[in-house]
Design a protein around this ligand. Structure first.
Ligand code: EPU
Length: 427
């Protein structure tokens, strides 16, 4: 199993190219199921989760072509010959986002069989809202032998437009229902919809494919179903969480110093993160598609609550906690989206952090320095926080189980090494 070895204390300086967003790429790849014409995507990140969803789609019969040799950021998807609208437990269990095939399969083929995702390290993460919404659109859904079996309701040749208000804001739930609604008969209104930029990116691709959607970027999406969608070309939006992760990596360097230019970024999707990092003392300049960050002094501790977009993202909570660990002062971080997303705390404490958990709040007392140790990654963003902590820790940090990191970061250690970090992958 691969590990990362980090020798902390090296200043960071240089340019980093931000990749396309994992959480936009996954639904967008599934949206190719909605048409029998080719969909061409660019700015696709090269990640384990992307490979997993491509495998699921290929098992169904979708053809995947990378037209440029040695470049996996451009892909052509052809769903003209889907023979098995099914996603098996073997693959779904490795990635919960596989549930995103359910809406498009059902909408286009009138039937789908998708394994129920199993447990998850960061919380229970049920998919009841996805199912509730599809049922409201007339789908007949049963759960048998661990699989969701879905079909058009009796006497129907398509899903039926409906008014759907989800009990909570759900990102993949909104995406699944949006992909189902674009081919439904009549009008669907999705209220309490997620406003995450990744949902908007998916909606923009769907519009290019001929879908009729209004209210994009708001919490009320109105969809007029169409009979057929066509092919399209689309560039995946920049990954705001990867961007924020490198900004935290800069901030934690404190007096050691960091000066990073993040290119191909989308600062307009990072308002809450940028505001908190400015409060921490990071100097931040932005243009349309770049962010320049600099630090020369110890960061200040910042407190926040995670919440749905445009508020502070849960996917940045762990990385900020690493920074808070060595920041000046104390901080309170409250996690409101997932019930068990503090697994990095014990590992950060192994590096010398002083973090105590009370319910869904973590209280951190900033220490003067962290000291390198062997730590274990438990989920994707937790892994990123350990890497960030390792960059600032004195001596050697080994981050074990980095397959979690590889699921969602496109060559993170190579990008960090290129700007001066002493970091390498070991077997
Ligand atoms: N929820 C339900 N029932 C549902 C759906 C959600 O109870 O049917 C609950 C969840 O258990 C959770 C809350 O609602 O407590 C919000 O979950 P949501 O459905 O929004 O999460 P998700 O769609 O499964 C996506 C991202 C996550 C990110 C969350 C929150 C993708 C592929 N994943 O998950 O990304 O943390 O939204 O923003 O888009 C990551 O990239 O590291 C990651 C975990």
């Amino acid at each position: 199993m691969d590990k990362l070895r980090i020798l902390g204390g090296q200043a960071l300086a240089g340019e980093i190219q931000i990749a396309g967003a994992k959480n936009a790429a996954l639904p967008i790849l599934c949206a190719a199921l909605l048409t029998d014409q080719p969909v061409q995507l660019s700015n696709l990140p090269d990640l384990q989760d992307v490979r997993t969803i491509l495998k699921i789609l290929m098992q169904m019969g979708l053809k995947v072509t990378f037209p440029k040799p040695d470049d996996r950021s451009v892909v052509i998807l052809d769903a003209s010959d889907i023979h098995t609208p099914e996603a098996s437990y073997e693959l779904v269990k490795t990635m919960r986002a596989s549930i995103l095939v359910l809406g498009p399969l059902l909408a286009r083929f009138g039937r789908a069989k998708v394994s129920l995702p199993g447990g998850c390290a960061i919380g229970a993460r049920p998919v009841d809202q996805h199912i509730k919404g599809l049922k409201a659109m007339g789908a007949a859904i049963s759960i048998e032998h661990g699989y969701i079996q879905a079909s058009f309701g009796e006497g129907h040749k398509a899903l039926q437009g409906a008014k759907i208000v989800t009990d909570m804001i759900t990102v993949t739930g909104t995406e699944n229902l949006l992909m189902a609604a674009v081919l439904a008969q009549g009008k669907t209104v999705l209220e309490n919809a997620a406003r995450e930029p990744e949902v908007t990116d998916l909606a923009e691709l769907l519009v290019k494919m001929g879908a009729k959607i209004s209210g994009i970027g708001t919490d009320k999406l109105v969809i007029e179903g169409v009979a057929k969608l066509h092919g399209a070309q689309h560039a995946v939006i920049a990954d705001r969480i990867e961007t924020g992760t490198f900004m935290c990596a800069a901030a934690i360097m404190g007096e050691t110093g960091a000066d990073l230019l993040l290119k191909n970024a989308r600062p307009d999707t990072l308002d809450a993160v940028i505001e908190k990092l400015r409060e921490a003392g990071l100097s931040i300049k932005t243009g349309d598609n770049w962010i320049h960050v600099q630090i020369k002094q110890r960061p200040k501790a910042v407190s926040f609550r995670t919440s749905e977009y445009p508020a502070f993202p849960t996917d940045m909570q762990a990385q900020f906690m690493a920074m808070n660990a060595i920041a000046q002062g104390s901080s309170r971080v409250t996690e409101t989206i997932f019930e068990n997303r503090f697994m990095h705390v014990q590992e950060l404490n192994r590096l010398g952090a002083q973090i105590a958990i009370e319910g869904n709040t973590a209280m951190t007392e900033g220490v003067n320095h962290l000291s390198g140790a062997i730590v274990m990654a438990t989920d994707l963003r937790a892994s990123a926080s350990l890497v960030i902590a390792g960059l600032a820790a004195q001596g050697e940090t080994i981050v074990d189980r980095i397959y979690h990191l590889d699921r969602g970061y496109d060559r993170m250690e190579r990008k960090l090494a290129a700007v001066g970090a002493n970091i390498s992958r070991i077997q």
